[in-house]
Design a protein around this ligand. Structure first.
Ligand SMILES: NC(=O)c1ccc[n+]([C@@H]2O[C@H](COP(=O)([O-])OP(=O)(O)OC[C@H]3O[C@@H](n4cnc5c(N)ncnc54)[C@H](O)[C@@H]3O)[C@@H](O)[C@H]2O)c1
Ligand SMILES: [Zn+2]
Length: 384
């Protein structure tokens, strides 16, 4: 078993740590956690139900704190409830918090670990594909408040991450696809060879093939680890990891309270397609690259909620986003695969891209004609 586990170093000097990825990565838990006592687990309720045998072995039963599944748990209220429990349990500074769950559990539980007694050790055990390929590495922890996501939080690195792909066997297909979109993001940021590998492994990944998943998780973590090591606090290069996220966050937020709610990764997938169109309209990537991106996004077939794309409302939302810059909106676009660039985009260009996206999705819109901006040309033959 052990030889399937990949070890990836996140090179942050004194705050550096190892990510163990693959089937059986949980075997590394005793060694990773040996320096701290007691162990306190913060666990997603669904994950506890499905995987209780490992959790109950790893942590004493009284020290398992359960959180309700869903984004609503990333709140100051849930944060305070967990802190109160730690205070009641008289958890000392030598303790380690072990988060077991998806991105919600890692973001919330990591923020609890970052702030309880000004910070206690934290080991992250991500159980969704999205958290394994993306959220679990890099130390961004946060809760939501008011108008936006992740408005209150910290940079706080875990001491180890155990990304055991065995957890993914119980994950539903929609959640798997959501994670695959973050993996697509990493492939696009890495370069053409990584995109080709994803194109090749695509069907296997969509079926949940364990070897393909381990390769994908390890590859995404390597990409994430490089960006994080180069720029821990997102003053520069790390911002490239927001590819697909400017529109993605707005979509996630706009659909949040509706029945057509998009998952984080699904929203990012649409954001990636949108970034492809903006990059193509600027003459950066060619129609061929844009088409390859589109094909990968379409191939994952996210839910049919895409007609919630009213441009004005989304633009307003993007302007409220914390990455805004005086009326212009920041996007990560691609010069080519592996060559991202952070740019500010103004309203007319955004509206034009919007119309093109709607058209390519097959939505009834002629918006692009109204804006008078050029629509990227494409050969009919290239359509499948
Ligand atoms: N910190 C970061 O850098 C970062 C990056 C990306 C996303 N995020 C955050 O991550 C969150 C989304 O994460 P997510 O997609 O993992 O969602 P999630 O944590 O809500 O988990 C999704 C669902 O899957 C269930 N689940 C988890 N593991 C399971 C398993 N093994 N089997 C069956 N069900 C399981 C959960 O109960 C939940 O219902 C968002 O809040 C987003 O903002 C953070
Ligand atoms: Zn994301």
């Amino acid at each position: 078993m052990s030889q399937e586990i990949e070890e990836i170093a996140v090179d942050l000097g004194k705050r550096g740590y190892t990510v163990y990825a693959g089937a059986g990565a949980l075997e590394r838990f005793p060694a990773a956690a040996k320096d701290w006592r007691p162990r306190i687990a913060i666990v997603d309720e669904n994950v506890l139900r499905l995987h209780h045998s490992w959790i109950e072995k790893a942590v004493e039963p009284d020290n398992i704190l359960v959180i309700p599944p869903g984004e609503a748990s990333k709140s100051l209220r849930e944060f305070a409830r967990l802190q109160d429990r730690l205070i009641e349990l008289k958890v000392p500074r030598q303790a380690v918090v072990v988060t077991v769950g998806g991105g919600v559990t890692g973001d919330l539980g990591g923020f609890v670990a970052a702030t309880y007694l000004r910070g206690v050790a934290w080991i992250n055990v991500p159980t969704t594909l999205l958290a394994q390929v993306d959220a679990a590495v890099g130390g961004k922890v946060a809760v939501n408040r008011g108008p936006g996501k992740n408005l209150i939080g910290a940079f706080y690195q875990p001491r180890a991450v155990l990304s055991d792909t065995g957890f993914l066997a119980t994950l539903d297909r929609r959640q798997m696809v959501s994670g695959l979109f973050e993996h697509l993001k990493h492939a696009l940021l890495t370069g053409d060879a990584a995109v080709r590998e994803l194109e090749r492994d695509f069907a296997a990944l969509a079926r949940g093939n364990p070897e393909a998943l381990t390769r994908a998780v390890a590859q995404s973590i390597r990409s994430e680890a490089l960006f994080v090591a180069a720029d821990e606090r997102e003053a520069g290069r790390r911002a490239f990891l927001n590819l697909g996220h400017t529109l993605g966050h707005a979509l996630e937020d706009r659909t949040g309270a509706t029945e057509s709610r998009l998952l984080h990764g699904e929203a990012v997938g649409i954001g990636i397609w949108y970034a492809a169109i903006l990059s193509e309209m600027r003459g950066w990537i060619g129609a061929r690259e844009s088409m390859r991106m589109e094909r990968l996004v379409r191939g994952l077939r996210p839910v049919e909620a895409w007609n919630l794309l009213e441009p004005e409302a989304l633009m307003e939302k993007m302007l409220q986003d914390k990455k805004r810059l005086g009326g212009r909106i920041r996007f990560v676009l691609l010069r080519s695969f592996g060559r991202p660039e952070l740019v500010e985009v103004e309203a007319p260009e955004i509206l034009a891209a919007h119309a093109v996206l709607g058209e390519r999705m097959g939505l009834p819109t002629t918006e692009h004609q109204r804006t008078g901006l050029p629509t990227p040309k494409r050969h009919e033959k290239e359509w499948t």
